[in-house]
Write a protein that binds this ligand. Structure first.
Ligand code: BGC
Length: 444
């Protein structure tokens, strides 16, 4: 179970989930600041004001990462820290913060992997229409130019967007994510289109200002269809389902086109596409980032078409019910991305499991449940490598327990335990095990 020599091992987190300092040093309000403060949107009314206080504690967090042998770290830059109202004047204190953060990472021997957008849209942009309107991706393009120019001398790995489904479909077609309003299907499709455009503009910023050796890709939570058994007909069903299930997100990016299938599926609700958009959306990228926690089982139906199976109520999941434990998704995700889209390289930009861990009497967190799942996922990832799928790296979500969106501070995903009273971090068993895996470059 050895991994290739150049394989990238890392951990991941995101600004809104860990930084805190939600209104410090000129940071503007994000949609998640607003949404989390409205009653009923998060578990126990949790908000992002303090979170893990990483804003003030990054030095010690990076020291702990170093101790754990973490050499690559995927973090995100908060748009409202750089541009408090989303456009216009740059907040120099915000730029200074990320300069200090990136310098400290590098001082600790940690390579920065920067996500430009992890859902924290500046609230004024939402008030002006959010992802429904074209001004938002255009503003994103200017924001991307600003951060790539500011940090591109040190950041060589860029990720444009994190999981577009979560700030389009789940935000404008469902009440769980801000703004939490249910709009028509046509509007939802338009928000997808604007997110795609933002991605393309982000890619162009890196190409223009990223300097030598800069790489860029997207991180997607592609739905991964897992064949119910690995026989040719069920594999073919999974392959057909992969493209169809992701038709509004990665499909246009990776094909550089909206296909006939897109127009067939969306019909009269298809997005309005302006001239030149497709070229921007299809801008070539260097890698494809996949966040894989779970998947869906599919089979070939009687008519040969793929059928998605419902989970029986007693199917095992993590403490978060949505996270059905399907380690094979870690094989099929990269494999299908390669088969269907011939992606140049895959990074697993997130994987992990959320549980309500509690320290034992000795203060240890023996999270064998998480360790077991992550280990099974890595075995499946290794299987895809054996099939010559170009998987280049893996980032475990998350470095430490943090603000888990609607679940607030429950449903912990960290490999380090966060004590929110004292803000101490305690490596869990998974962190100690992962340290050895990274050092030996092998599943242990
Ligand atoms: C997101 C993270 C989140 C994780 C676990 C992903 O959808 O990118 O921000 O914490 O899943 O829910």
């Amino acid at each position: 179970m050895d991994f290739p020599k150049e394989f990238v091992w890392g951990t991941a987190a995101a600004a809104p989930q860990i930084e805190g300092a939600a209104f410090e040093d000129g940071k503007g309000e994000s949609v998640w600041d607003r949404f989390s403060r409205s009653p009923g949107n998060t578990h126990a009314g949790a908000n992002l004001d303090v979170a893990c206080d990483h804003y003030h504690r990054f030095e010690s967090d990076f020291a702990l990462m170093k101790e754990l042998g973490i050499k690559h770290y995927r973090f995100s830059i908060a748009w409202p820290r750089i541009l408090p109202v989303g456009t216009g004047e740059v907040n120099t204190k915000g730029v200074d913060f990320y300069n200090r953060l990136i310098d400290s990472m590098l001082d600790h021997g940690i390579q920065p992997w920067a996500t430009m957008f992890h859902w924290d849209l500046p609230q004024p942009l939402e008030d002006a229409g959010g992802w429904r309107v074209r001004d938002t991706p255009l503003a994103f393009g200017r924001y991307a130019d600003t951060i790539v120019k500011a940090f591109g001398d040190r950041v060589k790995h860029w990720i444009t967007l994190n999981e577009m489904r979560c700030f389009t479909q789940l935000a404008y077609g469902h009440t769980s994510r801000p703004p939490g309003v249910v709009e028509s299907e046509k509007v939802v499709n338009q928000t997808y289109h604007h997110a795609l455009l933002a991605h393309g503009l982000g890619v162009r910023s890196v190409r223009e200002y990223g300097g030598e050796g800069a790489e860029v890709g997207i991180t997607d939570d592609s739905i991964v269809p897992v064949p119910i058994m690995e026989t040719p007909e069920h594999i073919a069903a999974a392959q057909a389902a992969f493209s169809e299930m992701n038709i509004r997100s990665i499909d246009p990016i990776l094909r550089g086109a909206y296909t006939d299938d897109y127009f067939r599926i969306t019909g009269a609700d298809a997005a309005e596409i302006s001239p030149g958009d497709i070229e921007i959306i299809g801008s070539s990228t260097d890698f494809f980032g996949m966040n894989i926690y779970t998947g869906v089982y599919v089979r070939a139906g009687e008519d040969g078409k793929s059928e998605t199976l419902r989970f029986p109520t007693n199917y095992p999941s993590a403490d978060a019910d949505w996270l059905k434990l399907i380690p094979q998704a870690m094989y099929w995700g990269p494999k299908l991305a390669r088969l269907v889209y011939d992606v140049p390289g895959v990074y697993i930009t997130e994987n992990g499991a959320g549980y309500d861990d509690v320290p034992d009497d000795n203060g240890e967190i023996i999270d064998l449940h998480r360790r077991q799942y992550v280990r099974q996922c890595l075995c499946e990832l290794h299987r895809s490598l054996s099939d010559d799928v170009p998987v280049k790296g893996y980032f475990l979500w998350s470095f430490m327990d943090n603000f888990e969106w609607n679940d607030g501070y429950t449903n912990r995903f960290g490999i380090c335990y966060t004590d929110y009273e004292t803000q101490s971090r305690v490596p869990k068993l998974t962190a100690l095990w992962y340290k050895e895996v990274m050092a030996k470059n092998r599943i242990l």
